[in-house]
Design a binder for this molecule. Structure first.
Ligand SMILES: Nc1nc2c(ncn2[C@@H]2O[C@H](COP(=O)(O)OP(=O)(O)OP(=O)(O)O)[C@@H](O)[C@H]2O)c(=O)[nH]1
Ligand SMILES: [Mg+2]
Length: 506
């Protein structure tokens, strides 16, 4: 604010030895500032109205008083050269730039518009500063050379900044062109100086807002990478669940195969046993049951228990595959780790923690509980093998009952095949019911396990994803706030610029 109320700040900047101090001396009409061929000016020098004398402003600046009327409304600032071997000089000048209202950018006719000057101009421009160009040492050129240098500098500036600021070709040594420069400065003070002065901090504000926006955009892009990773992990989980269910169908088919064998043996047994010629045998129930158990059931109990146990172990191992795939996915194709180390670390820990045996025990408990809740086997706290035995025993008892009923009838020959078919149907139904029960129990356990795995898997990355989401939303609010500020600053600057052009015309 102090700057706004103070006089117009005209800052002379450019590379060392271009003649900044000499031009100011020429404008002042007095050799007030030291000039020389080596890096000369080593501090910011503020020229203010006063009756002579110097007054230090900190260690990097000095205020010099001079009784020139022009200095009542304007302060000249001489700066150290920007490409001086002394890096501190450049730093000093760059730090001072944001405070300038107008920058006289001085380049020398013997080396006009170098690469470092182009970069420096871009910096000035990024602060939104008004610029006027001065090509000094015109006395070193003939008329053709002057023309050439002017065209060259104009083209370069247009290329760099995309605009054509006022350009003065002068010689601080002979005084040529200094009058035009002075007239330009006086013209500014008479007209648009106030508007330029008001616009200067707006330029700085816009630049700061743009820097802020760029930082926000950078962070947003990092967050969006994180959110994409969350989606990838989620997609992996969904694929895992789908695949597990598909492959599970194969496991059920293995169980089915055992049942098909029992069924085939059963059919044979019915044909051979339920015959009229064996009526007397059939009257002995315990003999029939033994025959059914040895010929039809055979090793069904252990086979079914084994198949079930294998399916259970398979279900239990699936979570490890999921964790391993997730870890693999985060590794990326080159074996590089793109994701932050923490999630990879947590996945590794989860993998190390994972015990297939403990998981299988849990899944088996689910299967047992599911079998127990069926109407087929109302049993107490017995294990998987005993449950299967119980189911098969029920089947054997049923069949024996059928056989006994069959024998007790001892009807005519014609009735026999019909009775046998009915018994066979009944046997198949009972067998299918047992198969269904076991399959459903296995499936229930599978779904429970999938749900439990999914919860544990998601717990590894969901909190980070939610934090990223929340931060991203907060950043978006900040961004739209900054954008609104910027558009207000830009519209204010546009209004000031319109005012400047109007007063230019008057
Ligand atoms: N031929 C010629 N020489 C000039 C002109 N203006 C300045 N010089 C010489 O160029 C050299 C540098 O002038 P300074 O005014 O010290 O340049 P500066 O830009 O202030 O340099 P630093 O303070 O080091 O950044 C001096 O030797 C001046 O005499 C000019 O118009 N023509
Ligand atoms: Mg100097």
């Amino acid at each position: 604010m102090a700057d706004l109320e103070g006089p117009f700040l005209l800052v002379v900047a450019g590379e060392f030895n271009s003649g900044k101090s000499s031009i100011l001396n020429a404008l002042l009409g007095a050799p007030l500032l030291k000039q020389g061929v080596t890096p000369t000016t080593d501090r910011i020098q503020l020229l203010a109205y006063g009756q002579g004398g110097e007054e230090p402003l900190g260690e990097d600046a000095v205020q010099i008083h001079f009784p020139l009327e022009l200095l009542r409304t304007l302060r000249f600032v001489d700066t150290p050269g920007t490409n001086a071997v002394i890096a501190r000089h450049q730093l000093l000048t760059e730090r001072f730039l944001p405070r300038a209202d107008l920058i006289l950018f001085v380049t020398s006719a013997d080396r006009p518009f170098t690469e470092s000057e182009r970069r420096f101009l871009e910096l000035i421009r990024s602060w939104g500063k008004k610029i006027a160009l001065v090509v000094n040492k015109a006395d070193l050129l003939d008329e053709a050379g002057k023309c050439e240098v002017r065209t060259f500098v104009e083209a370069k500036v247009q290329e760099t900044l995309g605009l054509a600021p006022p350009l003065f070709l002068v010689s601080a040594k002979t005084g040529a062109g200094i009058g035009d420069l002075e007239a330009f400065i006086r013209g500014l003070l008479a007209g648009p100086a106030a508007a330029i002065k008001l616009g200067a901090p707006l330029g700085v504000l816009v630049r700061l807002l743009e820097t802020g926006e760029a930082r926000l955009a950078e962070r947003q892009s990092a967050l969006s990478t994180e959110r994409e990773r969350c989606q990838t992990l989620e997609a992996l989980l969904e694929r895992h669940i789908r695949q597990t269910r598909e492959e599970f169908a194969g496991r059920r088919a293995e169980l089915g195969a055992v049942f098909r064998e029992i069924e085939a043996r059963g059919e044979r047994w019915f044909r051979e046993t339920l015959r009229f010629g064996r009526i007397l045998d059939l009257l002995n129930a315990s003999k029939v049951q033994r025959s059914f158990e040895t010929e039809v059931l055979k090793d069904a109990e252990s086979q079914l228990t084994l198949t079930l146990a294998e399916a259970i172990r398979w279900v239990a191992r699936r979570e490890r595959d999921l964790l391993a795939s997730a870890l693999d996915l985060l590794k990326g194709p080159a074996g590089e780790a793109p994701g932050p180390a923490d999630l990879r670390h947590e996945l590794k820990e989860a993998l190390a923690r994972f015990s297939p045996e403990a998981e299988a025990a849990w899944v088996q408990a689910q299967v047992e509980a599911a079998i127990r809740t069926t109407a087929l086997a109302e049993a107490g706290a017995i294990g998987l093998g005993a449950l299967v035995a119980l189911l098969l025993h029920g089947l054997a008892a049923d069949v024996t009952g059928l056989a006994a009923g069959f024998a007790a009838l001892v009807l005519g020959l014609s009735v026999l095949p019909r009775r046998r078919d009915a018994a066979l149907r009944r046997f198949r139904e009972r067998l299918a019911a047992i198969e269904g029960e076991l399959g459903r129990a296995l499936e229930t356990a599978l779904e429970e396990e999938l749900g439990r795995s999914a919860d544990r898997y998601r717990a590894l990355y969901r909190p980070a994803c939610e934090r990223a989401q929340a931060e991203s939303e907060a950043l978006e609010r900040t961004r739209s706030h900054l954008e609104a500020l910027k558009s207000r600053a830009l519209s204010l600057r546009a209004r000031l610029e319109a005012a400047t052009t109007t007063s230019d015309r008057t």
